[in-house]
Ligand binder design. Sequence first.
Ligand code: PMP
Length: 416
Amino acid sequence: GTLAEACTSVPEDAPHAPDLLAKFDPLIAEREALLATGVRDPFAIVMERVLSPTEAIINGRHTILLGTYNYMGMTFDPEVIEAGKQALDEFGSGTTGSRVLNGTYAGHKACEDALKAFYGTDHAMVFSTGYQANLGIISTLAGKGDYIILDADSHASIYDGCWLGNAEIVRFRHNSVEDLDRRLARLPKEAGKLVVLEGVYSMLGDVAPLPEMVAVAKRHGAMILCDEAHGMGFFGAHGRGVYEALGCEGDIDFVVGTFSKSVGTVGGFCVSNHPKFEVLRLVCRPYVFTASLPPSVVATAAASIRKLMHADAKRAHLWKNSRRLHQGLRDLGFTLGTPEAQSAIIAVMLPDQALAVGMWQGLLERGLYVNMARPPATPAGTFLLRCSLCAEHRDEQVDQIIEMFAAAGRAVGCIG
Ligand code: PMP
């Protein structure tokens, strides 16, 4: 026969290997059962139009957005948009190359300069996403024979960074200073150690006891990386993150962050004062082996970061919104992830998937979008409706949000 025939015909004696997607049959069945009850798919929402950082058209309906990470509402900032348009005109739509080859433009350096000024650090390295920043920095810092000690509730990108490298992985109980101490004490004294923490944990919106954790890590000679994805922009006097707010500057060796939340675009970064930091650009695979961010993206990021340095009024309003929503939902009788508003994430805890999806849909039908989160993303198998506030939510929007929760909660019977 022809070469094409030889390539497509299956030989008689080929082993009958299983369908590689068969392992997802239970998940497919679970989803089909859920959707058969008539609810919308919470993971298939389309924003038909986006009107502002806090409003969009979903299913043809005007909807308040309470499930974005647009904490500082920078996505429609006129200066940010203008910077992006200008870069698009002057530098084109993309770089078509790696940061270490043809993909470093003036805009990438300007963006790193903006980060250095924002964080007051000697070094800044911009990645194509925050996911890749964690993947790259963690896997490159901790290698064979080293130990990574991470919080059990760490973000997926931190876990994946651990798995990409060759270090030994040790988990400690979420936010437990004692467990961190105990586990560090068991490790060989002479081994390299990286403790990985997050300022805000994004599922429940709780904050890490960073000063205590930093003290323990230092006592055991470990280096510290802190992911400030959900703290950048509004924690601390300069908006650097929880570590600034809690007085841990100077103690954190590496801060990782993202442009996909308060900054309002996409991208990731690591900032540090380590004198050898720049060598990471040559050895960090998720930095080297991927294309750099488009010029318009780094231009919008830099413009946004420069404005966030002086965004005190926005920070104050975001905190006010977060505290008002927390109080309002607590007064209605909802079970929340934290006893008080610790961040701009307010997690409403629901006992099972059916109630969570019912409540989620009830809110959507009333014109409110929140994030649905389920295991394995959530701790301890919980079902959460995660609300994240924006500095641009107006007072009357927060009032409307609380009213919609009251109505939807009574309709599905999860509050009295
Ligand atoms: N770290 C944490 C704690 C996050 O929550 C996220 C995103 N949700 C990331 C890192 C990854 O950020 P990015 O969206 O830029 O990939």
